[in-house]
Design a protein around this ligand. Structure first.
Ligand code: E4P
Length: 217
């Protein structure tokens, strides 16, 4: 399972990239606004930190303008992945871009039928938003299960990128279902490393080790 971080904060991306466990980055217009940085500048910087896909989202709503925006964005770096919304124009843009060999992440997916359309449009990634789905009285993980089943039925190569991840249980559930990728805020990824029994165990071992008076180095 690939791990992407969902942020435009450079310090957070660098810290996670240093672990060697980060496979890519996703951003969206809200995250860019939160960073307070220039979109082009910060995207270029992120692309230099990670080798994997860095999603940069178009903001136009019509196909022709989406294509123009994508043209600008994909020139930033080879690892830019163009993010388009799950609309008719977004999927037209997806089909055109992937046909030219550009990676595309289809975002704002809230139904398995939408995911089916994205796969037919040749999407590199489909981003179902599990957290926002949960917030609206549905089970986001049911959506992931349905998409996994449909994609496996037809052998679609589109990768399921579980997005809008709010907690570590979402990551566990996504992994059990067999999602290809998950993108989460830095805090959630850091939470994956933690377990109270790990901390307690280290504390106990170190106490006993100190009592031996020995040193390894
Ligand atoms: C995915 O690519 C989106 O940027 C993101 O996961 C949205 O998450 P949110 O619902 O927490 O805003």
């Amino acid at each position: 399972m690939k791990f992407f971080v969902d942020t435009a904060e450079i310090a957070d991306i660098k810290e996670l990239a240093d672990t060697g466990l980060l496979d890519g980055v996703t951003t969206n217009p809200s995250l860019i606004a939160k960073s307070g940085r220039d979109f082009m500048e910060v995207t270029k910087e992120i692309c230099g930190i990670v080798d994997g896909p860095v999603s940069a989202e178009v903001v136009a709503l019509d196909h022709a303008t989406m294509m123009k925006e994508a043209e600008v964005l994909r020139k930033i770096a080879d690892n830019v992945c163009i993010k388009v919304p799950l609309t008719v124009d977004g999927l037209k843009t997806c089909k055109a871009l992937t046909g030219e060999g550009t990676m595309v992440n289809v975002t704002l997916c809230f139904s398995a039928n939408q995911a089916l359309l994205a796969a037919k449009a040749g999407a590199t990634f489909i981003s179902p938003f599990v957290g926002r789905h949960d917030d609206n009285g549905f089970d986001g993980m049911d959506l992931i299960e349905d998409i996994r089943l449909i994609y496996d039925n037809y052998g679609f190569a589109t990768e399921i990128l579980v997005a809008s991840v709010r907690h570590t249980t979402h990551v566990l559930q996504a992994a059990k279902i067999g999602a290809d990728v998950m993108t989460a805020p830095p805090k959630v990824i850091h939470g994956l490393f933690k377990h109270v029994l790990t901390d307690n165990g280290i504390e106990g071992f170190l106490k006993d080790w100190e009592a031996t008076g020995q040193s390894i180095l």
